[in-house]
Ligand binder design. Sequence first.
Ligand code: HEC
Ligand code: HEC
Length: 272
Amino acid sequence: MIKKPASLLLAVVLAAFALPTVAQAPAAGAGSSSYTGGAATPPASAATAAAPGASGLTVAPPQSPSPAAAAGPGAAVPSPQAPNAQAPTVANTRPDPALGEQKYTAVCAACHGAGGNSGTPANPKLSQQHPEYIVKQLQEFKSGKRPNPIMQGFAAQLTEQDMKNISAYLGTQKAKPGFAKDKELVSLGEKIYRGGLQNRQLPACAGCHSPNGAGIPAQYARLSGQHADYTASQLVAFREGIRKNSPQMSQIASKLNDREIRAVADYIAGLR
Ligand code: HEC
Ligand code: HEC
C-alpha cells in the first residue's frame, strides 16, 4: 500500500528528467537531415557543431524547456472555463486563441499575412513562433524597449490579454517553409549557424536556436524559414544598439560583419 505511491512518485520524477532530452533529440535529428537549401550537407558534423560546448565558448547553453511550453501546437487549445462565467478581464486569464484569431485577422494580418505567414520580406513571419517570445516582443514594442514606429503603435492598442490570445493563436499556425537564395553565401551562413566562429568567440547559433531553427521555448526564438531581409535587419539592429531587448543577441551580433549577417540570414531562410 505504501510502496505504490512511492514508486509512482519516482516514475514521475524520472519522467520529468527524461522530458527535456526527449524534446530536444528530434530537433537535432531534423536539423541535420532536412536542410535542403545548399549542396550536400554533412549530417555527421551537424550534431557536434551544434553542441553548445563544441566550440569551446563560454556562452551559457539554454536551459531545458519546461514541459508545458514544449508541448507544441495544439497544446494551446484551452479547455472550457467555468461555464458561462462573465468573461474575466484579469491579466491572469488563460489565453484564448479564438479571440486572438479575431483580433489578429482584423488588425495584424494585413502586414503579417494569413496565419502569420507573411509574404512581405520586411514584415516578419509569426506563425509557429513561441507564444512567450511574441508576448515579450509586444510588451517591449509597447514600452519602447524595442523601438519601432510601426509596431509601437499597434502594440500600444493591445492589452496583456490580447497579447496572450494573439500569441496563442499564432503558435498554432503552421509555418510555410522558406528558401535560401544565395548559393555563394549560404555555405558561409551554414558554417556560422552550426559552428560559430571560434577565432572571434562567436557561439554557434544552433546552440540556442536549435539545429533546425525551431528555437527552444520559451526564450529562444524560432528562426527557421524567416525572411532573410527581416533577419538581417534585426541582426544589424542588435549590432547597432537599436534593438536593445536582448543583451545576448547584442553581443553576438556585434561580432558579425555585413557579409556574415547576409550569409547567416540567407541560411536561416532555408532552414526547416
Ligand atoms: C503596417 C504593418 C504592420 C501591422 C499592421 C502589424 N505589424 Fe507587426 N511588424 C511589422 C514590422 C515592419 C515589424 C518588424 C519590426 C522591426 O523591424 O523591429 C513587425 C514586427 C512584429 C513582431 C516581432 C516579430 C519577431 O519575430 O520578433 C511581432 C510579434 C508583431 N509584429 C506582431 C504584430 C501584431 C500582433 C499585430 C497586430 C496587433 C501587428 N504586428 C501588426 C509590421 C506590422
Ligand atoms: C546564447 C544564446 C543565443 C545564441 C548563441 C544565439 N542567439 Fe539569437 N537569440 C537569442 C535569444 C534569447 C533571442 C530572443 C531575444 C528577445 O527576446 O528579444 C534571440 C533572437 C534572435 C533573433 C531575433 C528573432 C526575431 O524574430 O526577431 C535573431 C535574428 C537571432 N537571434 C539570430 C541569431 C543568429 C544568427 C545567431 C548566431 C550567429 C544567434 N542568434 C545566436 C539567443 C541566442
